[in-house]
Design a protein. Structure first.
Lengths: 162, 781
């Protein structure tokens, strides 16, 4: 067994787990944060994307012990209680989700994408950046719209603040 | 239309929980004492089980129990069944081989479950499974339907000689043959419809909980129809009587048909919970999903379409071999028969049709309904044939379709269906205008200048949704009725709960069903809760598939709302001392027409529950239930156009535009309907360009992960241009036809017609991968 200590959604948490435990299983089973999903076994689907030290990672492709000491944000910690992050709000406004299973990973990927490309996203870039997240419901049409809308809104917000 | 009523583009009530990680799917469920299951599965496509040695595994850390098929059989757990009886043309019933939830003596496909290991952790269960020694005697396997029918082929089930399940026909052979013999032109084509993996993003999962004190079972499961699961597990699998079995399908992450069926794992986990005394949870990994979720399609058809000298279709003859895999899944027999061949008239007036369908066992995963279920196969066959005929006859594809469109309704086809309403030309015109069809020649010339081959293709689809009148499907062999139920509970403060037998797994029922209540009662949608997916809460229902939740499920709600409204009006008339016939319900008030007398909705609801002053003899309360049995199928139809550019050096297809023009009848929420079309088109494009399940000659699945099976990704797809035409369905109170499957039905032939137009050869099968397109191009030139 290994001891893992992480800061997750602003709280320091620690727990024991088997050495082979993946970060996603630690998050889901030890921390009870079941918003992070497992949709495949080959790091293809992206349902498990979280942010680790400010960057998106597929939490199925990293061991919990490797993540020990890092700061992790999951879908539950993206916005304050009862609030929606602008990306979450854009997914709702543009119907960028149906069954909701890929949604947490999509949203976390989209936030990271906007953080990196801030204000310079176009449809082709969004589609290329979403290559590691599979959705079976939406055909991506409304996800792309939502990401572009959130990017525009967040970039307008940044400009207003400057 | 109010701002939240029918036709309003309302954002979804259910979104917040999904967006914030608060969705609750089966694998998220945790109960005290819960343990984990791992299934030991056959690595052989066909083998006898000689022995199973669990001694070493039983002693491993964390192991609670290891159970096999012999124990299951000894405990009287029944075989999995197919619930739709089909008779062969000689009158004999379909030949259903035994499907044991855990194989006891023979395994018939790679992934066939052999034993279950229950342990403290999933890791320990996997470790122990590695230590179980199953000795197999491998047998020869057969993968393709056409091979399975040959003399000397390996035999799967003693019940089914030559692996033939049934040899069925529909329509009139002699008039069809006569028309073909007398035709001015006959188009002949072989059509392959590729095998697909449904792949909802949430893998299947189940949690079986046995309560020894109450002798009661609870089953959490990823189901599109929990009541049907309970019925089947009680009546046929002997798990428990219905009153001792609660089935809960909580949030479900997509289904596309694959979660209609009752699989071995639900049954085995419930039984294992009783045997081991602990709650047992199993969650499929993605490879298990590829191996064991029911696949879709897998048809090979020979087609002849006859034309007279005026290019009118005079006959269609179809001969189809359908691969049903190793066992007959729950509705597998209905898919290549009544959900397929009954749609072979398409949008066209065809006087004579005959179809023959042989269904076949092979050593592959069971095949059953996948988005569209039979209707994509019919549409692909028909629209590829019509397109091919247009090319042979030298007629434009639009013109050939226009000549043959059905223009008067109702229209009785030669293959059972009676189309109630439609305007096929309206969708064709809308699609051609949106695609700028007339400007294509210039775009093609421009692309040629860049060294690209540009093509355009259309497809005019029809489907039958809203399955279906119970008596009609009963006469065709269905083991269940296909009505739907609803209960509308108005609370004392006027808020509303709707209990529905429909199940939402992405379709947005919590929003659209609430919109219906808002429209009828004037209650804001935030004051309406939709309850579904739990057999302890909701009255018996039939679930969601075949685009039936609007046409059938919402019709049941309408019936219940009618009763609620009638009672509320009686109470209001009594309270306002008016005649009941003068009461109108408008904007959340019950008014006396032509006066300023009115009572707000909540006050009438409160009066129903205080019961201080009700009409003489009236029962207190405001709660009504209804069952709705449809009078006919519904017939959504439309026209899809794809325009592609092929790179002749690589064979790569770029979809430069995709247009969909659909007639779904009346629409409750256009935003949600558009989303359904987008998703369906993506799956159809996936089938046409990317997806295909492949087994090797020994029955090993080569496409068992997302690294081997090409799912459509964001950068494989364009944005889509959508429009809606509307001929309301006359058969149900809301005029709804259904929209869930159209995209997957209409898009594959449009794509393949476009690619074959671009490359100038018709010889191309799905998926049209770059390699196939490149090879076709080389052979054409």
């Amino acid at each position: 067994m290994a001891k893992v200590t992480l800061t997750v959604n602003g709280r320091t948490v620690s727990g024991d787990c088997e050495e082979r435990t993946l970060l996603v299983h630690f998050i889901r089973e030890k921390l009870g944060l079941t918003g992070t999903h497992v949709g495949c076994d080959t790091s293809q689907c992206g349902a498990c994307v979280v942010h680790m030290d400010g960057h998106s990672v597929k939490s199925c492709s990293i061991l919990a012990v490797q993540a020990s000491g890092s700061t992790v944000t999951t879908i539950e910690g993206l916005a304050g209680q009862g609030e929606l992050h602008p990306v979450q709000a854009a997914f709702k406004e543009h119907h960028g989700l149906q069954c909701g299973f890929c949604t947490p990973g999509m949203v976390m990927t989209a936030v990271d994408m906007i953080n990196r490309h801030g204000g310079n996203l176009d449809e082709a870039t969004v589609r290329a950046e979403l290559e590691g997240n599979i959705c079976r419901c939406t055909g991506y049409h409304n996800i792309v719209k939502a990401v572009l809308a959130a990017d525009a809104e967040m970039s307008a917000g940044r400009q207003a603040a400057e | 239309m109010g701002i939240e009523g029918i036709g309003a583009r309302v954002t979804r009530k259910e979104d917040k929980r999904f967006l914030t990680g608060k969705g609750r799917y089966t694998d998220d469920m945790v109960v005290p004492g819960m343990k984990y299951a791992y299934f030991i599965r056959s690595p052989h496509a066909h083998a006898r089980i000689l022995s199973i040695d669990t001694a070493a595994a039983q002693a491993m850390p964390g192991v609670i129990g290891i159970l096999d098929g012999k124990q299951l059989l000894a405990d009287g757990i029944g075989n999995l069944i197919c619930g739709w009886m089909i008779h062969s043309k000689d009158g004999s019933p379909m030949k259903m081989g035994a499907w044991r939830p855990l194989a006891a003596d023979t395994v018939r496909y790679v992934g066939d479950a052999v034993a279950i290991v229950v342990a403290d952790t999933l890791g320990e269960a996997r470790d122990a499974a590695e230590a179980v020694v199953v000795e197999y005697q491998p047998l020869d396997a057969v993968i393709e339907a056409v091979d399975a029918l040959k003399d000397g082929a390996p035999q799967l089930h003693p019940e089914a000689a030559n692996n033939l399940i049934f040899d069925w026909q529909i329509g009139d052979a002699s008039s069809t043959d006569k028309a073909i013999a007398e035709a001015a032109h006959v188009t002949t084509i072989e059509i392959h419809n590729n095998r697909l993996a449904p792949n909802p993003m949430e893998p299947r999962a189940t949690l079986g909980i046995y309560d020894g004190a109450e002798d009661h079972f609870t089953c959490y499961t990823t189901s599109q129809n929990p009541h049907v699961a309970r019925l089947v597990m009680s009546a046929f699998y002997n798990v428990a009587p219905e009153n001792k079995l609660r089935v809960i399908a909580p949030d479900v992450g997509g289904g596309f048909g694959s979660k209609i069926f009752i699989y071995p794992e639900e049954v085995v986990c419930l039984w294992a919970s009783k045997k081991t005394g602990v709650p047992v949870k199993w969650t499929s990994d993605r490879t298990e999903a590829f191996l064991t979720d029911a696949h879709g399609r897998d048809h090979v058809s020979q087609v002849k379409m006859a034309f007279d000298a005026d290019n009118r279709i005079t006959a269609l003859k179809v001969d189809t071999d359908a691969n049903l895999g190793a066992y007959m899944s729950l509705f597998s027999s209905s898919v290549p028969t009544y959900l397929y061949a009954t749609l072979l008239s398409g949008q066209y007036a065809i006087p004579a049709i005959h179809a023959n369908v042989r269904t076949v066992y092979t050593n592959t995963a069971p095949v059953d309904a996948y988005r569209g279920a039979g209707r994509p196969e019919a549409t692909f066959l028909l629209e590829r044939t019509v397109e091919t005929a247009a090319r042979e006859l030298g007629v434009s594809p639009a013109e050939l379709r226009r000549i043959n469109f059905i223009r008067e309704f109702p229209h009785q086809t030669p293959v059972i269906m009676n189309y109630d309403a439609g305007d096929y030309e309206a969708s064709l015109n809308a699609a051609m205008a949106a695609a700028d069809w007339n400007g294509f020649a210039a775009r093609k010339a421009e692309a040629a200048g860049r060294g690209k081959k540009r093509g355009i293709g259309m497809s005019c689809y029809i489907e039958a949704c809203g399955i279906a009148p119970s008596a009609a499907v009963g006469s065709l062999g269905a083991g269940v009725g296909l009505w739907e139920s609803a209960e509308v509970r108005v609370n004392a403060v006027g808020t509303v709960e709707v209990l529905t037998g429909s199940h939402s797994h992405g379709q947005g029922h919590e929003t659209t069903f609430a919109q219906l209540v808002a429209e009828r009662l004037g209650v804001p949608i935030d004051n309406v809760n939709i309850v579904h997916g739990d057999t302890d809460k909701v009255q018996m229902g039939m679930g969601t598939y075949g685009s039936r939740s609007g046409a059938v499920g919402m019709s049941a709600i309408v019936k219940a709302l009618d009763k609620v409204e009638a009672k509320a009006k009686k109470i209001a008339a009594h309270l306002m001392e008016a005649d009941e016939s003068d009461i109108v319900l408008e904007n959340g008030e019950l008014k006396v027409a032509g006066t300023d007398k009115a009572l707000p909705w909540f006050q009438v609801a409160l009066a129903a529950y205080t019961a201080h002053n009700l009409p003489s003899g009236m029962e207190p309360g405001l709660k009504e239930g209804a069952f709705y049995d449809p009078s006919n199928f519904t017939f959504p139809a439309g026209c899809y156009i794809a325009e592609v550019e092929i790179d002749p050096d690589t064979g790569t297809t770029d979809i430069v535009q995709f247009v969909a023009a659909d007639d779904f009848g009346n629409i409750i929420n256009p935003m949600i309907v558009e989303g359904q079309v987008h998703g369906g088109i993506a799956q159809g494009i996936g089938q046409a360009l990317l997806e295909g399940v492949h087994y090797d000659e020994n029955g090993q699945l080569l496409t068992a992960s997302f690294m081997d099976y090409a799912m459509p990704r964001a950068d494989d797809l364009p944005s889509f241009k959508l429009s809606h035409q509307n001929t309301p369905c006359p058969g149900n109170p809301l005029g709804i036809k259904g929209c869930g499957e159209a995209g997957a039905i209409g898009s594959p032939p449009a794509l393949i017609n476009a690619i074959t137009d671009a490359i100038g050869t018709n010889a191309l099968t799905m998926p049209a991968t770059p390699q196939k397109v490149w090879k076709a191009l080389q052979s054409a030139h």
